[in-house]
Design a protein around this ligand. Structure first.
Ligand code: C2E
Ligand code: MG
Ligand code: MG
Ligand code: MG
Length: 278
């Protein structure tokens, strides 16, 4: 496409949080969705024991006509602060589930992981949003995984827990994203109705070169599995790490080593040509 790709695209802006341009930027985001400047990319996830592709994660991309590709780490926090996240999440859930229906025609049983923010979790209407999209596209609730960070769930622990339990009881799967990246309250983790935890890239980065990193990663995997969670290693960039994580007992893996996030059609092609990856 004339836009090039987000993955290789040039991005020069670093916005100050009080910079007026950030406010201008965010005021454009709502229109951007309508004007098709936003797009979902998908990144596959495999089961390590079999190499089977089990699902994909939806990752939002925004091509701003003047600024070029704006990374989600820039606009998602802004969208959360300004309340625009509500519109964004509405679009993401609908688009991701429509695309899941299309991906399942190539790869039956595939799951779709959708990132949501703390603000989404605590605002009413999230359950209906998923229920409506599931019905519209004729999908099973169990094929959809809701990813949120642990800090998001902890924003208001009691309400967060209630909201998560509601999602889980409707049949959706719940995943704790970026585990190990922030403050991790193990006693809270134990109470979360989650099916999966995703070990943050920062936790796995040096496992091939550092004994202490390896010990921490292995301990996190063992703990997660003992608590009954499926454990996903995310951000894996090389084969040596992938093999090590498999021997440490991680259930699933995502990362550039396997496949970079890519547009729907590219992921469809990838799914058709990579029936066994490892
Ligand atoms: P995340 O959910 O933890 O997603 C993983 C991030 O790591 C993605 O960055 C992905 O492109 C990147 N990644 C995957 N494999 C590798 C690897 O091997 N090496 C490295 N260095 N990076 C890898 P991305 O797409 O820039 O998204 C950043 C964050 O923005 C996401 O982190 C998520 O928290 C948020 N985000 C993205 N899309 C959405 C969305 O639709 N809604 C919400 N609420 N948040 C989103
Ligand atoms: Mg995620
Ligand atoms: Mg993550
Ligand atoms: Mg993240």
């Amino acid at each position: 496409t004339p836009r090039g790709s987000f993955e290789t695209g040039f991005y020069s802006g670093k916005y100050d949080i009080y910079d007026e341009s950030r406010l201008t930027l965010i005021s454009h985001l709502r229109e951007a969705i309508q004007n098709r400047q936003t797009e979902l990319y998908y990144q596959p996830k495999i089961r390590l024991s079999t190499g089977e592709v089990v699902g994909v994660e939806a990752l939002m991309r925004w091509f701003h006509p003047e600024r070029g590709w704006v990374p989600p780490d820039e606009f998602i926090p802004l969208a959360e602060k300004t309340g625009v996240i509500k519109h964004l999440t509405r679009w993401v859930v609908d688009q991701a589930l429509a695309d899941l229906k299309s991906l399942q025609s190539v790869s039956p049983g595939l799951t779709m992981s959708v990132n949501i923010s703390a603000r989404d979790l605590l605002s009413p209407g999230l359950d209906e949003l998923f229920a409506t999209a599931l019905e519209t596209y004729g999908l099973q609730a169990g094929d959809v995984i809701v990813e949120l960070t642990e800090t998001a769930a902890m924003d208001d622990p009691d309400k967060g827990l209630q909201a998560l339990e509601r999602l889980a009881s409707s049949g959706l799967k719940v995943s704790i994203d970026d585990f190990g990246a922030g403050y991790s309250s193990l006693s809270y983790l134990k109470r979360l109705p989650a099916d999966e935890i995703k070990l943050d890239r920062s936790l796995l980065q040096d496992i091939c070169s550092s004994d202490s990193s390896r010990t921490i990663a292995e301990t996190a995997i063992t703990m997660g599995r003992s608590l009954g969670f499926l454990v996903v290693a995310e951000g894996v960039e090389d084969e040596a790490s992938a093999r090590l994580l498999a021997t440490m007992g991680a259930d699933m893996l995502q990362g550039f080593w396997l496949c970079r996030p890519a547009p729907l059609e590219s992921i469809k092609d990838w799914l058709l040509t990579s029936s066994s990856v490892v």
